[in-house]
Design a protein around this ligand. Structure first.
Ligand code: ADP
Length: 254
């Protein structure tokens, strides 16, 4: 098995009795290492819930999540937090950088928070992965929106996670900057890092991204379509046109 993340019969319900909502219904899925998957679907179809459960930020009602081959099911909160820190990265529409820290210090923050001494070489390498090796000393206010989001990506990559989750990562960026950022994300997939430190240290980035924009989804290798908590389709080597057509179909068939 070489999946960064695997979901088995994932079900999530909210509420109870008459007000029960099924956000996810028995979803089984694999995210192979080195793959770039986009998740699309109408509002309320379960995209955020899927991302939260797959990242170990929320617990499913039933079913199982495996990250890096490890089942999250029996883990207590402490272990789950550790696994999230070691094996997952998250980027959001908002960059969530600390304004008083430099790019380098922002990237080093997850290491500091987990009580480890920031390893300068690893931090510099993460910045280099997103093309910001020359901006290490800049604070967020001295960087463009696209550069700030790159710092957020470098921060997510610093632990060399098995999987990078992205929720509308280009939502706050203009079209051109958004495209550049997606090219960067695309370039990370399949790129092997840490190779100079030896074979055991190698990590291939895997990306799982939620978006509502067909042009953004088209950067992925595969687009998965959700409707009403169920997986209803898949597009491999997607084009923006094919994705937009499926979304239109899903919107009218709701
Ligand atoms: P999407 O991200 O595709 O818009 P969500 O995963 O946010 O969809 O939501 C899926 C369904 O679950 C929706 O019907 C939503 O109203 C419901 N839902 C999400 N979070 C909660 C919650 N905390 N409590 C109750 N219902 C929720």
């Amino acid at each position: 098995m070489d999946d960064a993340v695997r979901l088995e019969s994932l079900t999530k319900t909210y509420g109870s009795g008459d007000s029960v909502v099924s956000a996810l219904r028995e979803i089984s899925l694999s995210f192979p290492r080195g793959s770039f998957t986009a998740i699309m679907g109408p509002s309320g179809s379960g995209k955020s819930t899927l991302l939260q459960c797959a990242a170990g930020l929320d617990r499913p009602t039933s079913g199982e999540v495996f990250i890096d081959g490890r089942s999250l099911a029996g883990m207590n909160e402490t272990r789950l937090t550790e696994l999230r820190r070691e094996s997952t990265g998250f980027i959001f529409q908002a960059f969530n950088l600390l304004p008083s820290l430099t790019a380098e210090q922002n990237v080093a923050l997850p290491m500091r928070l987990s009580g480890r001494k920031p390893d300068r070489r690893t931090v510099r390498q993460a910045l280099a992965q997103v093309g910001l090796e020359n901006k290490a000393g800049n604070r967020p206010s001295q960087l463009s929106g696209g550069q700030q989001q790159r710092v957020a990506i470098a921060r997510a990559l610093v632990s060399r996670p098995a999987v990078l989750f992205a929720d509308e990562p280009t939502g706050a960026l203009d079209l051109t900057t958004g495209r550049e950022l997606l090219d960067t994300l695309r370039g990370l997939v399949g790129q092997v890092t840490g190779s100079e430190a030896g074979q055991e240290d190698r990590v291939t980035t895997t990306i799982v991204m939620v978006t509502h924009d067909p042009n953004v989804a088209a950067y992925a290798d595969r687009v998965l379509f959700l409707a009403d908590g169920t997986l209803v389709g898949e597009e491999l080597s997607p084009t923006a046109e094919a994705v937009a057509a499926r979304m239109t179909y899903l919107a009218v068939s709701q």
